[in-house]
Design a binder for this molecule. Structure first.
Ligand SMILES: Nc1nc2c(ncn2[C@@H]2O[C@H](COP(=O)(O)OP(=O)(O)OP(=O)(O)O)[C@@H](O)[C@H]2O)c(=O)[nH]1
Ligand SMILES: [Mg+2]
Length: 486
């Protein structure tokens, strides 16, 4: 819990008292409630980028529909809860329970004749360990041929007249597209947080399709992601880009014994014959060669794992790396890239949840104070904004991303790392590998401290540089103090 978060919670309590029955009261009360809830992470991207598949992979169950039915056009919230429940929120805000069923493990929601357009959103309550940590929001594709669907997602993510419903966004990209960049820029365009990658993470999605499902597809995807990470346009918008083969991850997390048996039968069959049909989707799905599984079953495997997943499974099984279904699932999961994304989400979002949530709440109080004409409340927001060191750090990061700090490249790199761009582990922020010995970390932070003190005190430093350097000095002091305290 950060100072900012505690200060913000107190401020929200005060704001709730002060708004009384003013029309902004509901918004302020909601913002207060939200501070106590898990971080809200939206999964966004263009049509068919693999958003719903990734949601399923993260939750570890087939909760999000991935076909073209009406449900995929509605913003859908996934929250943890003690029981399974699905509700539709209608235009006016009223809630209606929706019937649902599970077919082959997949959640099917019955809109009971309602159109997607008549619903603001769907709320799914699902007991899940991941959802206890974060609320996930699956959004309809941006840039869909259906303007309404696109607009619904853009309305959801962009701040319009309210606080953004999501605290952070995982943005799926298949190819860098001008529309992606434009969208991300709009998402960041607000007074409290202008263009910073603090709350957005990029995923190079459907990574297995790069290099047409060849065994080295993920390595190629890694290289492309690395290029994107260093692309100035993108790195100003997202913190990191991680390649993920979502379909493989989804399959791995929901792998069934019968699927393991089918893959194992393929791995035992004549190697030359199986390799021959694994060349293409058409051959794999259609061949009548004796390969231990019927075409019907192979088509099902293709749907669930893609050609890449089938090839990987056969290879893993042939090498004897998966004596049972769980072992195969574990091996496939690692190869999907999902564990790396989960680590990134924990490191960049979960650990910063207090800060990310506080920013949203301050935004609401800031607006409420203006609506009420309450100068005292506005003053409290300003004070918190100016005193909270975490927010000063974000301001420095923004300046760096805007190219507004005239510093040498080495200094800029060190500042970005210190400010947590590579992760929030103190060792990583000191420019070292995670898990480095504390004595070494402290020494490295001491050097950074000296570097920024020198910049802050340099007689020729511009006011922006001096002020940024002062923030970084404080950052080093905070990190060193945290290492020293028990
Ligand atoms: N090969 C492969 N296919 C994928 C992957 N992720 C998703 N797909 C397929 O791509 C199609 C679209 O996936 P969804 O998860 O529904 O994509 P979405 O972004 O939610 O789509 P909309 O909500 O309609 O915009 C489905 O047929 C998925 O099976 C992946 O990682 N690899
Ligand atoms: Mg979808």
């Amino acid at each position: 819990m950060t100072d900012l978060f505690a200060g913000c919670t107190r401020l929200l309590d005060e704001a709730v008292e002060r708004v009384g029955t003013h029309p902004v009261a509901d918004e302020v009360r909601e913002a207060r409630t939200r501070l106590a809830e898990p971080l809200r992470v939206a999964v966004a991207g263009r049509v068919k980028a693999g958003k719903s598949t990734l949601v399923n992979a993260m939750v570890g169950e087939l909760v999000a529909p991935t076909d073209a039915r009406e449900c995929t056009k509605v913003v859908t919230w996934y929250r943890d809860g003690v029981t399974y429940r699905v509700e539709g929120v209608e235009g006016g805000g009223s809630r209606v329970p929706l019937r649902f069923d599970r077919r082959d493990g997949a959640l099917e929601v019955d809109l009971n004749g309602r159109s997607a357009a008549s619903l603001q959103c769907i709320e799914v309550t699902w007991p899940s360990a991941l959802l206890r940590k974060m609320v996930l929001v699956d959004t309809p594709g941006i840039g869909s041929s259906n303007e309404d669907v696109s607009a619904r997602t853009e309305r959801f993510l962009e701040r319009d007249h309210q606080a953004a419903p999501a605290d952070a966004v995982v943005y799926l990209l298949r190819h860098v597209h001008q529309a992606d960049v434009g969208f991300l820029e709009a998402f960041h365009d607000d007074a409290l947080a202008s263009a910073n990658p603090l709350n957005a993470l990029g995923v190079l999605s459907r990574a297995d399709e790069i290099g047409v499902a060849r065994p080295d597809a993920m390595a190629s995807a890694q290289r492309i992601a690395a290029r994107w990470r260093s692309d100035r346009r993108l790195s100003a918008l997202v913190q990191n880009v991680v390649p993920v083969a979502g379909l493989l991850a989804e399959g791995a997390r929901t792998l069934r014994q019968d699927e393991y048996d089918d893959m194992a039968a393929l791995a035992r069959a004549d190697e030359a014959l199986v390799d021959e049909i694994l060349i293409s989707v058409d051959r794999f799905a259609g061949s009548s060669a004796p390969v231990g599984t019927e075409p019907e079953l192979r088509r099902r495997l293709l749907e669930r794992y893609g050609l890449f997943g089938c090839r990987q499974s056969v290879e893993i099984l042939r090498r004897g790396l998966a004596p049972n279904a769980q072992a195969l699932a574990d091996e496939l999961l690692v190869r999907s890239g999902l564990p790396a994304l989960r680590r990134d989400l924990d490191d960049r979002f979960s650990r910063r949840a207090g800060l990310l949530k506080a920013r949203q709440a301050l935004f609401v109080v800031h607006r409420a104070a203006a609506a009420l004409g309450d100068a005292e409340l506005a003053g409290s927001v300003e004070r918190l904004l100016s005193q909270a060191h975490e927010l000063s750090e974000i301001r420095v990061l923004n300046l760096i991303h805007q190219g507004a700090l005239p510093l040498a490249d080495g200094d800029l790199d060190s500042a970005r790392v210190l400010l947590g761009e590579r992760g929030l582990d103190p060792a990583v922020r000191a420019g070292l590998a995670g898990g480095t010995d504390l004595v070494e970390v402290r020494a490295a932070l001491g050097e950074e401290h000296a570097r920024w003190q020198a910049r802050a005190g340099h007689p020729l430093a511009s006011p922006e540089v001096a002020s940024a350097a002062t923030v970084l000095v404080r950052t080093c002091e905070g990190l060193i103090a945290a290492l020293t305290s028990p």
